[in-house]
Design a protein around this ligand. Structure first.
Ligand code: NAD
Length: 705
């Protein structure tokens, strides 16, 4: 039995109406009709008519698959009880669900009625965003669950045309021509107005159509129409058409709201029935109006869901009526409604996430999860976002004290992130859901650096690159990008227009140059070294404390961390596992601590030509990987004195320290008020933001129905 099915009725019913009036559909396979917003105004009208056979005929058994919001499930239960009480012969089952995957499972038809109405005080952008979210989720659920070979989707919920576009874009497995939006209500309204004006039956009106958007910019076009063989334009005067008929059809929804206090519901349900019936069984050569996927016909923008005059064949294939010549008046109207749809369409190509935190310093997509990205904030937090859930971050940790300046994802561990902060630290985090709870606030690795970390770049498997905000003699301006070409080659670019190709193997390794005047290794695997250099900054008259005591102290701290850490610098040490395990116990990670004397390089005065302390500068150069092929670093390097270090764990430290870097004290990136992602028109998922300036205020979502 279908999951969630509350009742499936088998066998023939007995009924009292005349034989043949209703067929039972016996022997015919039921079709699955999904209806969203099923207990809303329109839903309440729609379900009973579908179940009675108005939509798909009196001989087609139906299973209704109703989707509602969790808070409306009780109301939906009442609707389902009433459906039961109708004893519809064709109704073979009712699914009630608040889960789109369940409601769309196996669906042959989907009527997407449920949408977010505009509530009091709600910003227009919020309304757009809310509906974009709904239709993204539903598009995806259709993609994953519906019957892609038979599916016909009608979007009724507003803004219907753009919602159809969003849903279709989120359903890449389904032909976009299987999606449509409803302008049949507008079409029917036009027929009713004409019939009343001319005094004819609605069935006597031929070749009337609606162009464009289901909104006040729609264009009801009578120019090709006829009534009993006479051109409509000969039967009504142009002034009536322009000043009465067109505005009346365009504003009919608003007029109904004004009169009824509620938007049109029964007429909307009836139009939805007409739309689906005609799309299934054909229009018998007659014109109808459907908002369908535009290939650019008549100059509408490709990819829009645009209302066209269509004829549907008996097999249910629609064709846009061809070779119509639009007059100047029509062209102007056509362009107006097309422009509005383009603007609505342009907005879905942006997503705005407003994390309600402080300014954002960095945003990076997870290379393994197309929907996931991480963002770094001034308040020290890192947040993980899912583009499918725009309202709030899915994970959040406090990663640094003060600003988080940079972050990047590990190239192979799909939930591991490196972050760099103003607190002179690079930290490695695991955002695997099971880990997040457990290690919240606890980094897998900590690398202390000599300065604020301006940029961490996605590493090669075991390497990480970073720039700190200190001058490096190789790079004279702020590096803005890091890219690994291979484990040995790091490409960096900077604001000064330089593209540097850095060779890691050739890089100076700072631990090789530690002065051994005083060096010590403690039981915690910290290494301390004292620099024997005297003040080099002899020209500087205002000698700072650090210049008076230019000793350089470094300690390489080795905290105990689990050996099977998701990100590990140790696997490529080139030593066998047993050895590695031994070493890991001893040197499972490393910290580089530099005491405050390094502040002489942090004070922003330190330029490449103002080297205060060889050791620090060497370390900077090495750790940044900023060693170009033609650099003269080797000549400048002090002799290697720290074989001790090298022999302990050369590769480990090399790897760790290649994560360290220096750059000029950089102006921080400009602060963004929110994360804004531009997406190309063809990409998915498609959501949209508020860009009120771009949206015509008469759009469909402004109480137009
Ligand atoms: P309604 O508020 O009475 O009902 C909407 C229902 O949708 C509610 O029961 C609500 O719980 C449900 N819903 C909301 N979000 C949902 C979601 N994500 N999943 C499932 N259900 C959800 O509104 P209504 O009068 O029935 O109108 C529905 C929509 O149809 C509105 O957007 C309206 O503007 C639009 N409409 C379009 C046309 C047209 O011609 N295209 C005509 C009339 C109305």
């Amino acid at each position: 039995m279908f999951k969630g099915l509350t009742k499936v009725m088998n066998g023939a019913r007995h009924y009292s109406t005349g034989s043949g009036f209703f067929a039972t559909g016996q022997g015919k396979k039921p079709v699955r009709v999904a209806v969203t917003g099923a207990s809303g105004q329109i839903g309440y009208q729609l379900l009973f008519r579908i179940a009675s056979g108005d939509m798909l005929g009196k001989d087609q058994p139906i299973i209704l698959q109703c989707l509602e919001l969790p808070q409306a499930m009780n109301s939906l239960k009442g609707v389902a009880m009433e459906l039961d009480d109708c004893a519809f012969p064709l109704l073979k089952g009712i699914v009630q669900s608040d889960n789109p995957n369940e409601a769309f499972a196996g669906a042959d038809y989907a009527l997407l009625v449920g949408a977010r109405p505009r509530s009091k005080g709600m910003e227009r952008g919020d309304l757009l965003k809310a509906n974009a979210e709904i239709f993204s989720v539903q598009g995806k659920a259709l993609n994953d669950n519906a019957n892609a070979d038979t599916l016909r989707v009608l979007v009724v919920g507003n803004p219907a045309n753009t919602n159809a576009l969003i849903a279709a874009r989120n359903a890449p497995k389904i032909d976009p021509k299987r999606f449509s939006a409803m302008t049949r209500l507008d079409h029917n309204r036009g027929l009713a107005q004409l019939s009343s004006k001319v005094g004819c039956a609605v069935t006597e009106i031929d070749k009337f159509c609606i162009w464009g958007n289901h909104s006040a910019t729609q264009y009801p076009d009578i120019n090709f129409g006829s009534i009993k063989g006479k051109k409509i334009t000969d039967l009504v005067d142009a002034a009536w058409t322009k000043d009465t008929f067109i505005p009346c059809v365009q504003q009919r929804g608003a007029a109904i709201i004004a009169a009824r206090g509620l938007s049109s519901a029964a007429s909307a349900a009836s139009a939805a029935i007409d739309h689906m019936r005609d799309w299934t069984y054909g229009t018998n050569g007659e014109w109808t109006s459907m908002a369908i996927y535009s290939e650019g016909e008549y100059g509408a923008d490709k990819g829009l869901y645009f209302s066209y005059p269509v004829i549907v064949s008996p097999s249910g294939k629609y064709e846009i009526v061809k070779d119509l010549k639009l007059n100047e008046f029509s062209k102007e109207r056509f362009e107006k409604t097309n422009k509005e749809l383009c603007e609505e369409h342009a907005n879905p190509s942006k997503i705005i996430f407003s994390p309600k935190s402080e300014s954002i310093r960095d945003v990076q997509f997870n290379p393994f999860q197309p929907y996931q990205f991480a963002s770094a904030f001034d308040n020290g937090t890192v947040q993980i976002w899912d583009t499918r859930k725009q309202t709030s971050a899915v994970e959040k940790i406090t990663a640094h004290q003060g600003l988080v300046l940079s972050l990047d994802w590990h190239p192979e561990e799909k939930s591991v992130i490196a972050t760099g902060g103003r607190d002179r630290a690079i930290r490695i985090w695991d955002f695997t859901p099971s880990q997040v709870g457990g290690v919240m606030g606890k980094a897998l690795h900590n690398l202390s650096t000599i300065s604020s970390v301006y940029k961490v770049g996605r590493g090669h498997k075991w390497q990480l690159a970073s720039y700190s905000s200190i001058v490096d003699f190789q790079t004279i301006d702020v590096p803005t990008g890091l890219l690994w070409r291979n484990p040995n080659t790091l490409v960096s670019c900077s604001k000064d227009g330089y593209l540097l190709i850095n060779s890691i193997n050739d890089a100076c390794k700072p631990y090789q140059h530690i002065r051994t005047t005083g060096i010590s290794w403690n039981v915690n695997n910290d290494i301390a070294s004292i620099n024997d250099k005297i003040n080099r900054n002899q020209n500087n008259e205002s000698t700072s404390l650090s210049n008076q005591f230019p000793s350089f102290f470094a300690s390489f701290n080795v905290p105990a961390i689990p050996i099977q850490a998701p990100i590990s610098y140790f696997k490529n040490l080139g030593i066998d596992e047993q050895q590695q395990e031994k070493k890991l116990k001893r040197t499972s990670s490393a910290h580089l601590h530099i005491d405050d004397n390094s502040a002489v390089n942090n004070n922003g005065n330190s330029k490449a030509n103002n080297r205060v302390n060889d050791n620090i500068e060497d370390m900077s150069s090495s750790s940044s990987g900023n060693v170009t092929k033609n650099n003269d670093m080797a000549a400048k390097e002090p002799p290697s004195t720290s074989v001790y270090m090298e022999s302990k764990n050369d590769q480990l430290l090399s790897n760790l320290l290649s994560a360290e870097a220096v750059t000029p004290l950089a102006p921080l990136p400009s602060r963004a008020p929110s994360i804004e992602i531009e997406k190309s028109k063809s990409s998915s998922p498609i959501l949209y933001n508020d860009n009120s300036n771009n949206i015509n205020n008469s759009s469909s979502i402004d109480d137009q129905d």
